[in-house]
Design a protein around this ligand. Structure first.
Ligand code: KG4
Ligand code: ZN
Length: 329
């Protein structure tokens, strides 16, 4: 089954064509990241305006096979069996661009359309070109907006175990990075400078190490703010980065391993932008599955894969952009 997927939940405009939920035919991602850089964060109106401009060229590339990631595939519209689209969670203006595009294609071609939850889709990056995952599995989705743990009995059967009650792990990386003066795109910046050195004077809490599967990172952010002001020494920035990364990854690894033990899981799946973090990967004492970096961050391949394994086609008239967490499909 060949699915054309569209993803516009945040600052990316992405389209992909994927066969049987696992084989990429084309994968095109256009980001407006550079434009937002000078504002220190994504400006929703600018993101949506850029997505309006990028949508048709990106879609055309994905269908013509001239995408950024060339797999030699060609995927004209008449070869597509269904259309998948992210309906949320995300920025409403951005979601609308993708959802209205997908609905228009469904209406004019009569092809089925499958609404997709962006957060759940992230974990399906692990199934692209990878048939080695054993079930049951524990899946940790760590992105700029989400930190969620799931129990996967099978590729279709998901159970939510817990998630962040305030800031997401990526958000904590981003906000503390800005505080230390590293600017936009915090996670990558923190990882880079954290390699340099640690300093015994900098000690940060490991928040919410309790028995639950929930996470909380806003207190860590406040602790960084307090300690940074107290020491008032820009030369300690890399030591702070080191300790921030240690704190976030300690919590993520501990909770994931606890879930593995409790559910006797045979595999661990990481996904989302923060899964690109090397320190997080190396802290797991067992083999884990992590998608390649381009599939960790936002893209439409994961939307197609989720739609193939778990999606349910709906009448296009009933599909609406849903910015909040009420998206359940
Ligand atoms: O999945 P994603 O591209 O977008 C969302 O759906 O949120 O994740 C972006 C997040 C950002 O917070 C970014 O700082 C973080 O992933 N990130 C990293 C790394 N690369 C990206 N965090 C830590 N270490 C990294 N290497
Ligand atoms: Zn995402």
């Amino acid at each position: 089954m060949r699915i054309l997927a569209i993803e516009t939940s945040f600052d990316e405009t992405a389209c992909a064509v994927v066969d049987d939920g696992t084989k990429i035919v084309t994968n095109v991602v256009a980001s407006s990241k550079d434009i937002h850089e000078k504002y220190g964060g994504v400006v929703p109106e600018i993101a949506a305006r850029q997505q309006l401009q990028s949508m048709i060229p990106v879609l055309t590339e994905a269908l013509s096979g001239s995408g950024l990631e060339k797999r030699g595939g060609q995927a004209p519209l008449n070869t597509i069996d269904a259309i998948a689209v992210t309906i949320g969670p995300g920025l409403i203006g951005s979601l609308l661009v993708g959802v209205e595009t997908a609905k228009t294609i469904a209406m004019t071609t009569g092809k089925p359309i499958i609404p997709v939850n962006h957060v759940l889709a992230h974990m399906y990056a692990n199934f692209i070109d990878n048939a080695t995952i054993q079930f049951p599995a524990i899946s940790l989705v760590v992105s700029g907006a989400h930190t969620e743990l799931y129990f996967m009995k099978s590729i279709k059967d998901l159970q939510w175990l817990g998630g962040t009650i305030d800031d997401a792990a990526g958000e904590c990386f981003d906000k503390t990075a800005r505080l230390l003066g590293f600017g936009y795109g915090g996670g990558v910046a923190i990882e880079k400078v954290a390699l340099k050195h640690s300093d015994v004077r900098i000690k940060l809490p490991r928040p919410m190490m309790d028995e639950s599967f929930n996470f909380s990172f806003s207190g860590l952010k406040t602790a960084v703010m307090r300690e940074w002001k107290k020491h008032n020494d820009p030369e300690l920035a890399s030591a702070f980065a080191y300790e921030i990364q240690e704190s976030i990854t300690d919590v993520l690894v501990k909770k994931t391993l606890r879930a593995v033990k409790q559910f006797s899981a045979k595999s661990i799946l990481l996904s989302g932008g923060v899964a690109a973090n090397q320190r997080l990967r190396e802290k797991f004492p067992v083999v884990i599955h992590v998608p390649p970096p381009a599939l960790c961050t936002d893209n439409a391949v994961i939307i197609a894969s989720y739609a193939y394994f778990r999606g349910k086609p709906m009448n296009w008239r009933k599909i609406n952009a849903t910015p909040d967490l009420s998206v359940e499909i």
